[in-house]
Design a binder for this molecule. Sequence first.
Ligand SMILES: [Zn+2]
Ligand SMILES: [Zn+2]
Length: 642
Amino acid sequence: MTNQEKVFRPVGGKLDVVALEKAQIARWVEQHAVERYLARNAQASSRYSFLDGPITANNPMGVHHAWGRTFKDLYQRYHTMLGERQRYQNGFDCQGLWIEVEVERELGFNNKRQIEAFGIDRFVDLCKARVDRFAALQTEQSKRLGMWMDWDHSYYTNSDENNYTIWAFLAECHRRGLVYKGHDVMPWCPRCGTGLSNMEIATEGYREIRHLSLTIRLPVTTPGHEDEDLLIWTTTPWTLSSNVAAAVSSDLSYLLVEGRDGRRWWVSHGSKDRVAGDASVLRTAPGRELVGLTYQGPFDELPVQQGVDHTVIAWDEVSDEEGTGIVHIAPGCGQEDFALAREYGLAVLDPIDQFGIFKDGYGWQTGRFAGATADPSEDVALDIAADLERKGLLVARDGYLHSYPVCWRCGTQLVFRLVDEWFIRMDPLREPISKVTRQIQWLPEGIGLEERELDWLRNMGDWMISKKRYYGLALPIWVCVQCEAWEVIGSRDELQERAVEGWEAFEGHTPHRPWIDAVEIACGSCGGRSRRITDVGNPWLDAGIVGFSTLRWNTDPAYWREWFPADFITESFPGQFRNWFYALLAMSTVMADEPMTRTLWCATSTARRCTRARATPSRLRRRPRRSAPTSCAGCSVPPTPR
Ligand SMILES: [Zn+2]
Ligand SMILES: [Zn+2]
């Protein structure tokens, strides 16, 4: 026997990493290593508060989760070694549309009608069971990863505590006059039957899609302009039957050119080569000379179009980088169009229902689906093109590839629809949240993370907090059936005190639909009956409140004060600036007027790719901008061209 063989035990030729890891974990269990680790600094005077961003408990963990969780564990271990007291609390995100969509898939459902026929109570129970199942699985996966957390005390965003703390936040917003019911055009998923907030789309909701684009002519009806047409271009033909105006830029130069069949066409100077080729130019005029012209709409024969005056309006957002430099305006189908309708007092036609189906009054389009169909032969856009061709209004058709918003849960192409939703007014909060944002140390330094958040805060629109769905935060808004006055209830106790009906049916249940919907209160204005709106909340409310709900803000103010604000939050980059960080900042500003964390670290090796803050369009755009917004790799928010 050689000396070497005496010192080292021979090892096999194969390395079984999995077996080694399992043996190591078994050793930790045997030695109670995790329990000893968690208790080690329990009496320490200094504390280190880590706030875990909840993982969505909807599927097994992926490798990207393991990566982020390794960083979280590493930081907590380091501070354990420094002798600091910690909470070691992991969180699960447990409510919202993402879970509903998976349960719908399990049940083979395709739309909301099937859920209601199945029973909202059974459906919500299945959603809860699904998150319980995957939270348990993710817990086991995390233990297997060697992550040492206080797994018996994880937080769940579907807990009563979490939901009721959001109620307190919303009641405070209402006290400050920030909650309102808005009538506006919002991006809408016709499959899920719900609106999407702009921040949900800004972060992950665009796909490159080819659509049919149409150039059509609209005959001018103002005397003295016989034989003249306005040319407009659209990639959303379904909106043409709701056209009420055409917009030009006052400052752009427009040309009257020789068209076909004895007609003369108005197009912008910059679009002429693209739209009218080498047609001879008959006249030149600035856009302001076209403002006020009236024209014949593309679907004037429809009942809904009776009495609508079609006019040319001025809009300084019109550019001639795409299309004809004359923009078709349908206020029921676009956010900017709707804003223009308010400004100019235009008619608003509201063409489609929650499933994207044309309502009555739209002739042959009534009953048809407005969005993209799986079978192209059923595409309403083709029939609209054929109809316009028959009427002699179609000038050109083409395919157009552009970034188009899709539902981030189910992939369905979105439509824009006039809706009644609930919002938090962000203008009064813009500066206070920005101030709080500046108090946080954003790491890594030097890559503009703080500026990135501030940029979003400068440009964000109001926060749409409602969803017409089933499993989520029950928005605590009760509306009087007699006088329509509404109130925001701030806690379970307040609801119990105010309840005049249905408390017994609700008691013993979580504050979810349908059980919470049984509770009626007396109207604070007229004494009549108030019922809860049936909407559920935006899921980012659930994750945004955890700096309060998980630290016993409701029940133990001293404990909350001890652990708030956190010292450290870390999440992967990019993707949180407009959702979790934003929700945390907004809720922390309203509830405490201080940051939810002292330091925020964006973990990624690719963070350096984005080295400048990007101009964010203030609202989701459907139109070409005068100049395209700049973008960074990995965080681009393209405008959706028309
Ligand atoms: Zn959807
Ligand atoms: Zn009332």
